[in-house]
Design a protein around this ligand. Structure first.
Ligand SMILES: Nc1ncnc2c1ncn2[C@@H]1O[C@H](COP(=O)(O)OP(=O)(O)O)[C@@H](O)[C@H]1O
Ligand SMILES: [Mg+2]
Length: 359
């Protein structure tokens, strides 16, 4: 459930740490609705933390604006903003117990004692830690400490819930469980959230909107489906999921449909529709799961040779040569033996639409 559009609005946000070098964050603009979950996604050093800290008020922007609920807070000090923040390091007070850590923000805001007790208890229930309210922080597991940090951020009922790679210190199983937990709490509270991650899986599974960043710039802003299925740039196509990027592909129309796409040196592949920038010579993006290797060619397939195959239990990943192209193909493992390396095969598509990106 999401409400008012433009609840969090960032316009031309820029941070230059030093004159004369490219800004850490340059001209980033985006807008999310009330209750939405935004993921800032990109490789290390692309400017995610800097962006988040400008939203939090921990870094003063060089230029641009941050607005929340229509109010310009660009240069407002942290304590004048209504933000709850979770850091990668948790930053808890180790000498205090769980409930005192969670109560801290409410005490700072001079909330009456009885109300603090109630709200701390509610927040601890939300993260399922109410039974450990009197434990010392040092006697908690990593996952439990993570929950305390979450409770401490949300107990103040902030306008914005900001998280900087909060799951990166947890092991894989716990990370998956915490993903669902954070998303669940965020949705139940209907709290507008910004989540920094370099993990495309986290962004795709948790977020309503994803902002993909590279070298301080916003590459693309959109829903997970838009980002994954219709990437705007090469960078986004390769960073979010696996992609075959085939250059100089020609579209051969067939009536109102795309009909076929011609891969250089490999022949014509039947594809009912195309999306994106599909002029001739553009780059086709084909996800490995959108291709299939077949022992015998069907109409509209192209000839190929198996270069490698790797068995993952649930899937088999092939590398196949088609003309001058080396294509990744991912298929469900159906129990049949994988096609042998070096053998001739055919490739067909399992998708009805291939996406093109500007060269
Ligand atoms: N306090 C600082 N002073 C100078 N440069 C910084 C500072 N903090 C970050 N940077 C630089 O800004 C860029 C973006 O950093 P950051 O926002 O931390 O990226 P991310 O969170 O995506 O890894 C990097 O090149 C980093 O080295
Ligand atoms: Mg960072």
């Amino acid at each position: 459930m999401t409400g008012t559009p433009g609840y969090l609005e960032i316009s031309s946000l820029t941070k230059r740490y030093k004159e004369g070098i490219a800004p850490a964050v340059g001209d980033v603009s985006l807008s999310v609705a009330e209750g939405e979950f935004l993921a800032l996604l990109g490789p290390s050093g692309c400017g995610k933390t800097t962006t988040l800290r400008m939203i939090a008020g921990l870094i003063d922007p060089t230029s641009g604006t941050v607005r929340v609920a229509g109010k310009d807070i660009t240069h407002a000090p942290v304590h004048k903003r209504s933000v709850g923040m979770v850091f990668q390091s948790y930053a808890l007070f180790p000498h205090l117990d769980v409930k005192s850590n969670v109560a801290y923000g409410l005490q700072m805001r001079r909330v009456p004692k009885t109300e603090i007790a109630t709200r701390v208890n509610e927040a601890l229930k939300l993260v399922r830690l109410d039974h450990l309210a009197d434990r010392r922080i040092t006697a908690l597991s990593g996952g439990q400490q993570q929950r305390v940090a979450l409770a401490r951020a949300i107990v103040i009922n902030p306008q914005l819930f900001l998280m900087d790679e909060p799951l990166s210190n947890l092991d894989a199983k716990l990370r998956d469980a915490m993903r669902n937990e954070i998303r669940g709490i965020q949705q139940r509270m209907g709290i507008t959230s910004v989540f920094v991650t370099h993990d495309q899986g986290e962004a795709l599974t948790m977020a309503d909107k994803i902002a993909v960043m590279s070298e301080g710039k916003l590459e693309q802003f959109g829903s997970p489906t838009e980002i994954y299925e219709r990437p705007a740039t090469r960078f986004v196509a390769e960073f979010v999921g696996q992609a075959n990027l085939v250059e100089n592909v020609r579209v051969i129309p067939d009536g109102g449909r795309a009909g076929m796409i011609e891969l250089p040196g490999a022949g014509r592949l039947a594809v009912p529709r195309v999306s994106g920038e599909y002029r001739d010579g553009a780059t086709a993006m084909i996800r490995p799961h959108q291709l299939e290797v077949r022992p015998a060619a069907r109409p509209g397939d192209i000839p190929a040779r198996i270069r490698s195959s790797v068995y993952f239990g649930d899937t088999v990943q092939y590398e196949v040569e088609a003309g001058a192209n080396l294509l990744k193909v991912q298929m469900f493992a159906d129990g049949a033996p994988a096609l042998p390396v070096g053998s001739d095969a055919a490739i067909g598509t399992t998708t009805d639409c291939v996406h093109f990106i500007a060269a």
